[in-house]
Design a protein around this ligand. Sequence first.
Ligand code: AMP
Length: 579
Amino acid sequence: METIRFEELQLNDAILRAVADMGFEAASPIQAQAIPAQLEGCDMIGQAQTGTGKTAAFGIPLLQKIDSDNRKLQAIVLLPTRELAIQVAEEIRHLAKFMHGIKVLPVYGGQDIVRQIRALKEGTQVVIGTPGRVMDHMRRKTIRVDQVHTVVLDEADEMLNMGFLEDMETILSQLPEERQTVMFSATMPSAIAEIARKFQKDPVMVRVVKKELTVPEVTQYYYEVKPKNKVEVLCRLMDLYSPKLSVVFCNTKKGVDELVQALQGRGYFAEGLHGDLKQEQRDRVMNGFRNGRTEILVATDVAARGIDVDDVEAVFNYDIPQDDEYYVHRIGRTGRAGRVGKAFSLVVGKEVYKLREIQRYCKTKIIPQAIPSLDDITDIKVEKTLDQVRELLESTDLSAMINVIEQKLIEEDYTALDLAAALLKMSMGEDNEDIIDNFAPARSLDDLEGFRRDGRRFGRESRREDYSRNRRRGGADRAVMDYITGEDMARLFVNIGKNQGVTPGDILGAVAGESGIPGRVVGSIDMYDGYTFVEVPRKYSEQVLSAMEHAKIKGKNVRIERATGSISRKGHGSGRRGR
Ligand code: AMP
């Protein structure tokens, strides 16, 4: 797969800056073809659907042609729904972030027209609207088209389905002759060819030609999630399946950075890999992953190309890839060397149609799954804790602890079972409401036909009740172990805290990474504005102190020392999610 960087596309600096700011690493396949074609001034028909980066594929060349000194309307994007108008306007505004004096306005039915008129009068160069409302403004002369040089029909097939053909034709016939007409459509019914024949001049046809690909033997699952729950769902899947090594894919560099922060903050050993890293950093990340110190590698498609690690047990599509081929490459990171790997995809809203497309193209099966509930996770954690208990019973002399318990049993009216149950409950952390309120399994991708492409949903509510459970949250499963083993902890002081923008995950990563002690033995991390206390087993404290002597955390020099006045104390649950 060839990678085209945005720098190769002859874009102006402001747009390049915006694209970098949005965290895009490389042009998506449809962008790589559609942007140069449009920059040459050709009329174009692009076959692409939502999720492929098609908005930027027309948004970038459109913006590049806008004269910001001219306050007149210069480009119109027509699209089928209000929701899409708002989304596309937002994406184009992001792309125009560093172009001064450019105004982009969504106009759609149902919104107060007087407000739209006021905004239009302030000088808008780009209008993004539904055909009915745009026509309305043209009739009122609140939209004047004499200087419009670019028109885009986005989701043209959907506009036809919604009965906008006549409106589209009326609008197109009133635009200046000298203009560029660009059309994007997921499907190519004959009516689209008819519009092209009537309103375009020698259009170039652009679509991503799909190669025949061998899909690796990987068990594939998918989950329907809300954007705000993505991190939580990912963590639950990690806890449930506990893959030793996994690769998580994001579509942007920004996405990688944010996810790594979120995972580290929850105590996972995650590191990011993307094109902004220097070779040296890349090597460090890859070495950590190879030797298992980093368990979760979060990467963009481009950055992950070179990964040659054999025992990746799971791949997570945190974002659905922009191209079917990427999907195949991604899941091929697992299931190597004869093993059967697992792939998990999180889909939000309309992305489910993209995934269906991928399933079709790959002639594979992506199995819908229900998001694991906190109960499921708790069950797993109980099992893991009991495994650890078993190990400990077999390997350690617990006579001192047994004495304490015996004493307790004499003094109080408990049974040994009561005590064990209470300790186990403590290890599971606090009771919490489940933030996820829908555990219905995702729909089968084969049953999606009846759904509209704009992602409206039917028939979910009834299923919801059966599955929604508000139960307690699994928490630090190490507390009980520390309590039982009575691990003697030393409290260390680090002169860096929240105000310096570090997270508990950063501290944990640095302490474990620099000193080589396992992250799971690190105790509580209490973070304050300007400093942090971190607990490590006393037997490791010297090792940590000397390893951290010249260490940096998030690029900042730090000082680490024994916390003054601190008394040695027995370990406690860390409050982090135990791993
Ligand atoms: P679209 O197909 O236009 O609906 O885009 C889907 C998502 O992909 C949007 O969130 C875009 O911001 C994002 N996107 C567009 N181009 C790229 C790119 N080259 N790299 C990463 N993400 C992109």
